[in-house]
Design a protein around this ligand. Structure first.
Ligand code: FDA
Length: 395
């Protein structure tokens, strides 16, 4: 097979790679974008329950984790949430704000994939699916890449846009990290993030009957706290507040949960005791939190009797158990269910305006593969759009 010549080879046709292909194509660059999957943008398709939480109105650097928390500032400014919203509007893709600034398609995430593939076509970029890159060599002022279809591509610029390790079943690989290692670029250790947390068997046994119960909670890890839904599962805890805190949690750490934030549990129980002391503790507590949860907490605290039998001290203990429940997860569900990967290619090696690897001219890393990880709520796609757009102006 002969060697094909392109200006830019992008590996990974996800959110970041496609945005980069559009922008580079518009500048007249000859772009080839390859993906080993049989369809582009698979994570876009499944995200947000099929409606893709494509950005967040309030996106700013504070919504991201990275060894360098300021790194994302420039890219997020150069291509902001408002720029992506304008792109959606130009294509007539209807959207709505669900909660906390989170924007979703009214209809289907597939509209975004069609928007991106349409723009790529218009920009003249070539999309090649079911194709991986088996070997990369830096030769002269470009890259010589051997593709899995047996062909070879020469390109002045090589963009790694293969995302993180989350959901290997969907084809996630550590390709960008391996490429970074090949070029001597440090990779910040990776770990699953935005992921449900799990309990040890003893605690799980106690809490098993609660599986399926959800509450609006405040979950804290040190000084970081999130006020969103929490869900008891067969393995431990999930729901948005837990996914958020999982990005900060480390093995051995505790998290503190308020299951009725804003409720004056002690005062309410004291008033209930004065009004009708003959009611069971869990009945009174069940007016503040779901009944099954109330029963479980009263049982765990050994408060099975009537309210009248409970001294203030016992009611304060219940208050603590509801609104300052301290629990130590043993682990997470891992990459199998994690929405994103924390860590990645070290931002110290990259130019913050263009995502270029400073020590290797022509090499770029974008999207989730970089050590920039957003909160839950549309921030990760915004990072993919912003970083992809920036590289598209430069590669
Ligand atoms: P992305 O993973 O999208 O794309 C990488 C591409 O590279 C893939 O197409 C893959 O097939 C390809 N690839 C990988 N290895 C390769 C190799 N070796 N050779 C060739 N191709 C290769 N975020 C958000 O903001 N809002 C949301 O609603 C959601 N929802 C959500 C749900 C679920 C279930 C998951 C798993 C994740 C989310 N996310 C999210 C996170 C979001 O999907 C993620 O951060 C972005 O897709 C990252 O975009 P990238 O383009 O960097 O990688």
């Amino acid at each position: 097979m002969k060697t094909e010549e392109f200006d830019v080879l992008i590996v990974g046709a996800g959110a970041a790679g496609m945005m980069c292909a559009i922008e580079a194509g518009k500048r007249g660059r000859r772009v080839l974008i390859v993906d080993h999957a049989s369809a582009p943008g698979e994570k876009i398709r499944i995200s947000g329950g099929g409606r893709c939480n494509f950005t967040n109105l309030g996106t700013g650097p504070a919504n991201f984790l990275s060894e360098n928390p300021r790194f994302a500032t420039s890219a997020l400014r150069r291509y902001s949430q408002h720029d992506f919203i304008a792109l959606m509007n130009r294509h007539g893709v209807a959207w709505h704000e669900k909660t906390l600034g989170q924007l979703f398609c009214d209809d289907s995430a597939k509209q975004i994939i069609r928007l991106l593939t349409g723009e790529m076509r218009q920009a003249g970029a070539t999309l090649r699916l079911s194709t991986g890159v088996e070997a990369v060599a830096h030769q002269g002022d470009g890259f010589q890449c051997r593709l899995s279809d047996g062909g070879t591509v020469r390109a002045a610029s090589l963009v790694a846009a293969t995302g993180g390790k989350s959901i290997p079943k969907m084809g996630a690989t550590g390709w960008a990290y391996d490429l970074a290692a090949q070029f001597g670029v440090r990779v910040v250790p990776t770990r699953p993030a935005l992921v449900p947390l799990t309990f040890e068997p003893g605690l799980l046994e106690q809490l098993k009957p609660l599986a399926g119960i959800s509450v609006d909670a405040v979950v804290a890890h040190g000084r970081t706290r999130f006020s969103e839904g929490l869900l008891f599962t067969h393995r431990g805890l999930s729901g948005p507040s837990i996914l958020q805190i999982s990005s900060y949690w480390r093995e051995g750490d505790e998290v503190t949960v308020a299951m009725a934030p804003g409720a004056e549990v002690f005062e309410t129980l004291k008033a209930a005791r004065a009004e009708n002391g003959r009611q069971a503790v869990h009945t009174a507590l069940g007016r503040i939190i779901p009944a099954r949860l109330a029963e479980s907490i009263a049982l765990r605290e050994g408060l099975a009797g009537n309210l009248a039998d409970q001294p203030d001290k016992a009611l304060r203990r219940l208050d603590q158990a509801v609104n300052a429940w301290t629990v130590k997860p043993v682990g997470s569900e891992g990459y199998r269910t994690a929405e994103v990967t924390l860590g990645g290619v070290d931002t110290a090696a990259l130019d913050q305006r263009t995502m270029a690897v400073k020590a290797v001219p022509g090499l770029y890393v974008i999207g989730e593969a970089v050590d920039v990880t957003g909160w839950l709520g549309g921030y990760n796609f915004q990072w993919a759009w912003s970083s992809g757009w920036c590289t598209g102006q430069a590669c």
